[in-house]
Design a protein around this ligand. Structure first.
Ligand SMILES: C[S@@+](CC[C@H](N)C(=O)[O-])C[C@H]1O[C@@H](n2cnc3c(N)ncnc32)[C@H](O)[C@@H]1O
Length: 277
C-alpha cells in the first residue's frame, strides 16, 4: 500500500476495456476504497459504487466526496440499486472480487493469519451478518467443515483440518486456528494458513454464492455494447465466471511490471464480456 487506500489492480486495463467517456455510466459493484472509481471519474465517467463493508465505504466516501453515488449494500441487489439510483443506461460494470488490503493489513476482524490475537470474525458487514468465522468453526460438524475447506484446499488437507478443529474446539482466535493448520503439505510460496483462511472467509461472506447470483443480474443491466468486467483471484471465482461466460469474452492478465510492483496482482485475472444484442 502506497497510502491509506487499497492498491487497485489492473487499473489501466480496466479503464481501457470500459471505454470511458462523458456518457459512460459505470457500476463499480466492489467499490472498496475507490481506486478504480476514482480513475473512471477522472476521465468523466458517471459512477454508482456499491460496497458491503461500512468501514471501507466510509473511506471511499471521504476520498471521492460527492463525485458519484456510493451505497452500502450487497452487490447481489445490483438490479434494485441501479433502479433506485436511476442508472438505466449502464455501459460498464466492474466486479473486483474478494477483500481489500485494508481488511488484511489494518483491520481487526481476523482476516489475516498474521495477528494471532485477533478474534475470528471475518464478516464484511457485522451489522447485517449474524454468523462469524468462529461460529462456523464451533458449530459445523466434521463433514460440513471438510466441505467448507475443500472449496479451496485439497480434500485430504480439508479433512485433516476439520478433524483437528473438532478435536480442539472451541476456537475463537486466529492463533488457535493457526495451530490446526500447521505441518500440512502446502505450496512453498504460501503460508499454510493462506488457503484455509481464504476458504473460511468465503464461507462467512457467501462469496461464491453471491458471485453466482450477481453475474446474470449485472449482465442484464448492461445496454447493448456494454461490458461486464470481473477480476478474479482464485480458482473458485474463476470457475463461476468461466461457467457464466461460456467460452465468450476475453481474459487479460496483469503486466509483469504490475506483478513486480504489487504482489497481490500476481493471481489476478480480468475477465471481460461485451453484451451484443
Ligand atoms: C478487491 S476490493 C475492491 C477494491 C477497489 N476496486 C479499489 O480499487 O479500491 C473488493 C471490495 O469488495 C467488497 N465486497 C465484497 N463482497 C461484496 C458484496 N457482496 N457486495 C458489495 N461489496 C462487496 C469488499 O468489502 C472489498 O472492499
Amino acid at each position: 500500500m502506497k497510502n491509506n487506500y487499497h492498491e487497485s489492480v489492473m487499473v489501466k486495463e480496466v479503464i481501457k476495456s470500459l471505454h470511458i467517456n462523458k456518457s459512460s455510466q459505470i457500476i463499480d459493484a466492489t467499490l472498496g476504497t475507490g481506486g478504480h472509481s476514482q480513475a473512471i471519474i477522472n476521465l468523466g465517467g458517471k459512477v454508482l459504487g456499491i460496497e458491503r463493508d461500512p468501514k471501507i465505504l466510509a473511506i471511499a466516501k471521504d476520498r471521492l466526496k460527492e463525485t458519484g453515488k456510493f451505497v452500502l449494500e450487497n452487490f447481489t441487489n445490483i438490479d434494485k440499486i441501479a433502479k433506485e439510483n436511476n442508472f438505466s443506461k449502464v455501459t460498464g460494470i466492474l466486479l473486483d472480487l474478494g477483500v481489500s488490503n485494508i481488511h488484511l493489513k489494518e483491520d481487526n476482524r481476523g482476516f489475516s493469519f498474521s495477528d494471532s490475537s485477533q478474534a475470528l470474525d471475518m464478516r464484511l458487514n457485522p451489522n447485517s451478518q449474524g454468523v462469524k468465522a468462529s461460529d462456523l468453526l464451533n458449530v459445523l460438524d466434521k463433514t460440513q467443515l471438510t466441505n467448507l475447506f475443500a472449496k479451496i484446499v485439497n480434500f485430504a488437507n480439508a479433512k485433516k483440518i476439520a478433524e483437528r478443529i473438532v478435536n480442539v474446539r472451541p476456537i475463537t482466535t486466529v492463533g488457535e486456528l493457526n495451530l490446526c493448520l500447521e505441518d500440512l503439505p502446502h505450496k512453498r510460496s504460501l503460508n499454510p494458513a493462506t488457503l484455509p483462511m481464504l476458504a473460511l472467509r468465503i464461507a462467512v461472506n457467501s462469496e461464491l454464492e453471491n458471485l453466482e447470483e450477481v453475474l446474470p443480474k449485472a449482465f442484464n443491466l448492461l445496454e447493448n455494447g456494454g461490458r461486464l468486467l470481473v477480476i478474479t483471484f482464485h480458482s473458485g471465482e474463476e470457475r463461476i465466471v468461466k461457467d457464466f461466460f461460456k467460452g465468450k469474452g476475453e481474459v487479460v492478465l496483469p503486466s509483469q511490471e504490475e506483478i513486480f510492483n504489487n504482489q497481490k496482482s500476481r493471481s489476478a485475472k480480468l475477465y471481460i464480456l461485451e453484451k451484443k444484442l
